[in-house]
Design a protein around this ligand. Sequence first.
Ligand code: PLP
Length: 373
Amino acid sequence: MGRRFDGLPIRDELRNFEPYGAPQLDVPVLLNVNENPYPPSEATVADITASVAEAARGLNRYPDREFLALRADLAAYLGRESGARLTAEQVWAANGSNEVMLHLLQAFGGPGRTALSFAPTYSMYPEYARDTNTGWVVGRRSEDFTLDQSKALAAISRHRPSVVLLASPNNPTGTALPIQLVEALAARTAGIGAVLVVDEAYAEFRRAGTPSAVTLLPSYPNLAVARTTSKAFALAGARVGYLAASKQLVDALRIVRLPYHLSAVTQAVARAALRHSDELLARVGQLRAERDETVDWLRAQGLRAVDSDANFVLFGTFRDRHAVWQALLDDGVLIRETGPDGWLRVSIGTGAEMAAFRASLEKVLKTDGGRQS
Ligand SMILES: *Cc1c(COP(=O)(O)O)cnc(C)c1O
């Protein structure tokens, strides 16, 4: 450790890191990175293929740098999904919502500034801060993984961040934030001239009665709501994330993006996929039902399982979670060792995949390795 960059002027704060990412293993049942388990239909594949062929004929030219056609399509989709009225200028996109959020930190973070979030939450947030030389402060969620409003407001007043990052539904806990809480934080951040980022990567899986933060955009020009096509939308391989915000906020992101960051091929794939959004999202209801059944089943085994508004469930707690993770992997079921000590996270797969998960876990629970804490 520490030797491998010898002779290279790597930044001190990067020296001791490993590249981030979940293990990519070739096993039959992949329940570790919250993908949609259902591939696109042949009709969608055919439309994507034809659109890519058309784009290929123009690949000698740089792509449309402002990709306003795609932004208009995304605005229309978000309008249908969450009932908000948005223009193309209020939408931004990049190679995954990870890149969208990096743009946010590049524009609104930086040396001498602070980003604030509340753990346990998405493990990439501190990396965006590190990579942009932004200070990183992390508060705590409550024992049940909800966020205490007065504590969150106090943390904002105390640390005076320029960016607050909140995932709702949260990863890895699955917990959605009440819209009143999001609005209170939007108001407080506006009051200190900060940006509030609500990461809604799992929004399409939320339970009824939880409005999207997109509905708050008309009142809060400092609010950015990040979304992705990687989860419910079944398009993780295409790398398309986006956000909705005020036009001013989006204009700030246009300053920091690299020119032509979204390739003509990516734009073509995304636009073709959006024409099939109903089909790509068709399984969301089924995945939600499977999720709720998974929570019930885990509890029936005497385990703890956190109520989820996403396509995964955090469950535990185990004395040795690594042993449980390994035992499942030995059966060809890959889940994720993440979250607070003792907990594990399982993504919701097909009915057959969930049956394999249950069979394997049932077996482990009967052994010493499955002891609970
Ligand atoms: C998966 C995930 C993302 C999405 O990442 P992409 O770069 O769009 O694939 C963003 N935020 C959270 C909390 C996630 O879990």
